[in-house]
Design a binder for this molecule. Structure first.
Ligand SMILES: *Cc1c(COP(=O)(O)O)cnc(C)c1O
Length: 392
């Protein structure tokens, strides 16, 4: 009921709205991805790398002091402990293996904050494939440490000067590159967005998160399902991985946090599900922030990983169908939550993950509730922002 159909639709959302020149490569990918991903050879190589290179399974940690604060039993799924510091590597490992199976010799990617760019440059170094990362010029300037990492890893970072010079423009440029080199190039998309099969493919590659949660909960709680799953949503990949194996289990409530920036009604937010209307962005039909005449509204969030004007089609469907509750968490609430987790548990979360934590005060738990909240990444990259608040 919540899986993509043959054409990549989740209810009314999804599909593949692409320029004609890309038709044959998207079709090739659609016809290949499932067969490869489900093959024994792929699964063996993928899981070996997740174990020995990424460091999986990531722990499911019972956060006792945080639990006391919110009156429920809260577990953190520790994607922050992965190699490169976030969940994104689960996806890039899978896609680069697929690229190799398909005989592609050149990798391209888009990146906003640089996290997906670093995860892609990392697996390209590992597999000895050339890598070009498109990044808005503004993001290149404000995310220098990640730009340096990508360059050290051997990637070419191309600053994009069109539009507002941020993620949306970098994505457009990556699609343009793909159109010019359709036969030898594999485009590694970083979230559950883009034309079919990307949303489904990325969700499957991230689904290792909920597969592990099931086993870990069984061991710790004697039952494999929680009462609540919580995650932040930018494009939706860590959330998709968190909920994947529980989508049809109605005992499990799903709460997703999107970035409200300076407030949902402030004109400066990235609360796509609260504010968005149906439209097409980067190849799929989904909810997006746009003006009445269809111009994309520039998103804002303190967290660079959440300020995307669209949302994955799966998540648009989960919201519309009522399967998931969507809470908007603003900059200040996220910062407060980050300091709270640091002080209670000794864990500095990524700003994106802080939005999921920032949803905790808005919840009404029973003492017996088991909550699994995905900590999508670690906060090293966000220290400048945190310290600016700390010294205020
Ligand atoms: C990129 C990123 C996100 C947002 O992307 P999703 O696809 O929505 O998961 C969230 N957390 C971290 C740490 C990120 O790097």
């Amino acid at each position: 009921m919540y899986q993509a159909n043959e054409q990549g639709f989740y209810g009314e959302f999804g599909g593949a709205y692409i320029p004609e020149i890309l038709y044959s490569c998207v079709l090739e990918l659609q016809q290949t991805y499932l067969q490869v991903i489900e093959s024994k050879e792929f699964q063996t190589e993928y899981h070996e790398l997740l174990r020995d290179y990424v460091g999986r399974p990531s722990p499911l940690y019972h956060a006792k002091r945080l639990s006391e604060r919110y009156g429920a039993k809260i577990y953190l799924k520790r994607e922050d402990l992965n190699h490169t510091g976030a969940h994104k590597i689960n996806n890039t490992i899978g896609q680069i293996l697929l690229a190799k199976h398909m005989g592609k010799t050149r990798i391209i990617a888009e990146t906003g904050a640089g996290q997906h760019g670093v995860a892609t440059a990392t697996v390209c170094a590992l597999m000895n494939l050339p890598c070009v990362v498109y990044m808005g010029k503004l993001d290149v300037e404000r995310q220098q440490p990640n730009v340096k990492k990508m360059e050290m890893l051997g990637a070419t970072v191309v600053p994009v000067t069109s539009g507002n010079m941020t993620l949306k423009d970098a994505t457009n440029e990556a699609i343009r590159d793909w159109c010019s080199h359709p036969s030898d190039t594999f485009y590694i998309i970083g979230s559950t967005v883009g034309p079919h099969p990307y949303p489904d493919m990325v969700a499957r590659l991230q689904s290792v998160i909920s597969a592990e949660v099931k086993e870990q909960l069984q061991e710790k709680e004697g039952r494999s399902h929680p009462d609540y799953l919580m995650a932040c949503v930018g494009g939706g990949s860590n959330a998709a991985g968190t909920v994947y194996h529980y989508l049809d289990d109605n005992r499990v409530k799903i709460t997703l946090a999107e970035a409200a920036g300076k407030g949902v009604d402030s004109g400066e937010s990235a609360a796509t599900i609260h504010l968005g209307t149906e439209g097409i962005i980067h190849g799929s039909r989904t909810l997006l922030m746009q003006t009445p005449d269809g111009q994309i509204v520039e998103p804002y969030s303190i967290s660079a990983g959440l300020d995307y004007p669209g949302i994955g089609p799966l998540h648009a469907h989960l919201a519309r169908s009522g399967r998931a509750q969507i809470l908007a968490v603003d900059d200040d609430e996220a910062i407060r939550a980050a300091f709270e987790l640091t002080q209670l548990e000794g864990i500095i979360p990524a700003l994106e993950s802080s939005h999921a934590l920032g949803a905790l005060p808005k919840m009404k738990f029973k003492a017996s509730d088991v909550v699994v909240l995905t900590l999508s990444g670690r906060g090293d990259k966000d220290m400048d922002t945190y310290l600016r608040y700390f010294n205020r």
